[in-house]
Ligand binder design. Sequence first.
Ligand SMILES: C[S@@+](CC[C@H](N)C(=O)[O-])C[C@H]1O[C@@H](n2cnc3c(N)ncnc32)[C@H](O)[C@@H]1O
Length: 272
Amino acid sequence: MTKSFSQAAALARKAARDPHAAALALYRTLNADWPRLALGGPDAAEAWTQARDELRALGLLARFEHELRAAFAPLAGQEIRGKRVVAGGVKPGHAEMLWAVVRRRRPQLVVETGVCNGLSSAIILEALAANGSGRLVSLDLAEFCDPALNDIEVWEGKGGAVIPAGKAVGWLVPDHRRAGWRLELGRAQDRLAPLLAELGPVDVFIHDSEHSYDNQLFEFREGFAALAPGGLLIATDINWSNAFDDFWAAAARKAGARRAFVDHSCALVAKP
Ligand SMILES: C[S@@+](CC[C@H](N)C(=O)[O-])C[C@H]1O[C@@H](n2cnc3c(N)ncnc32)[C@H](O)[C@@H]1O
């Protein structure tokens, strides 16, 4: 069996198990017109291609992914809480989208939840550095590969995203990019609202922490409320719960926001 045939067969089995989720994923994939929403203007598609080419030419994503692979190679086959240990970084396509959003929109304040090894943080900080202005504030409740280092309670649905032995939260961020970065450690449920109140209007807010229904709904609401007019919410892993659809129907659409999908698992919402 070829790889694409076996992938298609796996998708078909998944769709038979949960037709509603499959239809939703298809709808989102077919409406993946995010550059028009997030990069704006008639040249949005060209801006997306240019930004992606720029990141590829710099080789930054390839370098960070190489570092992640090297750090996780010795952990192959290991488990934590019965889950396979993974690096948990954003998908390559999402990292490229983050780069394009920051390069094109030139935000002065970006806030993200979910840092782990720091792939998204490193990409955002590199993009801000290329812009020559802007800062990133990140919030994370880290889980380490070595269980002796964990004194936190994690959501039972959490996967195996961890930090390897000898590394710190966000270790992928190069030292020379740390000046514009504030890293806060703690539970989003406890720390996000006071942090946003302290920071004031946010240009781009990214959720990539705990993907439980309650926390996703909480972060989408808080992050959207904290956005400056015209600001952008980036919601990852929306396929983990119904929180995004509930947030959209009950809050964002009523507020006159616009939305677009990057793929079945990621959505963007622009505040009016
Ligand atoms: C998917 S990883 C983030 C990946 C990161 N954005 C990247 O691209 O490398 C999710 C992170 O959120 C953390 N986390 C889990 N529950 C959390 C919570 N309730 N509050 C804050 N962070 C949480 C996890 O421990 C992990 O470090």
